[in-house]
Write a protein that binds this ligand. Sequence first.
Ligand code: SF4
Length: 382
Amino acid sequence: MQMAKVACFSGFWADILRHEMKKVFLETWGCQMNVSDSERVTGTLARDGYQVTTDENSADIIILNTCSVREKAEHKLYSRVGRIRHKNEIKPVIGVMGCVAQLEGETLFDKIEGVDFVLGTRAVGRVSTAIDEAIKNGRYFDVGEREDEYDWTVADTHRHSPYVAFLPIIEGCNKFCTYCIVPFSRGRERSLEASEIIRQVLELRRNGVKEVHLIGQNVNSYRPETESGLEGFAGKSAFSRLLRAVAATGINRIKFNTSFPRDFNDDMVDAIDEHENLCNWVHLPVQSGSSRVLKLMKRGHTIEKYLAKIDRIKASSRDIALTTDIIVGFPGETEKDFQDTVSMVKYCGFDMAYMFKYSPRPGTPAFEMVDDVSEAEKHYVF
Ligand code: SF4
């Protein structure tokens, strides 16, 4: 018995010593889900004896947590790896995480010279193994299995702020908008049980966190497998019931992002009206002001239905801030479609909008469409 204890103890210290002096620099691109994954990876690395550094030049290991939503982000990865290889004095181990890693897998080794390991979104919990294996064997890749559960574990999360916490409640997407690569990189929707979300929010509150962000590709498509945690909370959808349940924890501020227009209902605005701690902000990506383009994008709603939801948000007693995403220059978009978007923007009076020119992503249905809008037109500023 005593010997077993000694063996275990020395194994622990052997791990610590193995990682001693190993510094990791982690760079994150893209959405809040990537930020949340990076927070968990940072916590895992610290637990396993690595030193997470903000000084890239002294790092032994550099991990790039990537985004694949736009073509530019992928090109950025290629040039970023090249710059690390040529600039840094210490030749670090280079790892690629995130959506590009999940999509490309092992092929990244051929596409980008200098990548030592590839770790997909389904495998973030195994970051220390990836580093160990890459150091020992040269190359390592792990993108998990297609049916792998998303790793909701937050125990070792290292948060970017002691007061603000990102809490993934749904992962993946079932919508398959024709321009978007996310359903392929993040997989199908999976929701965390409400009872576990409530438990985590209460724990965060006890630990001094003031603001939680309920995050996911489409938070309002939230569909847990059981009613656990939602009992006793009224609402027209599981998400509006969840909002009321999280509000009842008494945490100071709650935000949620991103909402999908088709799944957004009046009851979510009612919940904001009822609870002061639900922040008065809704991010509702519209993408286009033309129902014809929305159909080409396979968004599943018309602009009239979107505007009806905006009208309800504007009728709130809380003066809700409204933000959106817009794509300009989708294949087939005409001047008339674009002017419909301009009119829609004026009507909605968004507080802020993320505007992108259409970026073709291989593997999506829109990639096969004729991209007939010139670069000059896509750059038009209104
Ligand atoms: S809803 Fe559409 S745009 Fe949003 S992640 Fe899913 S497929 Fe992409």
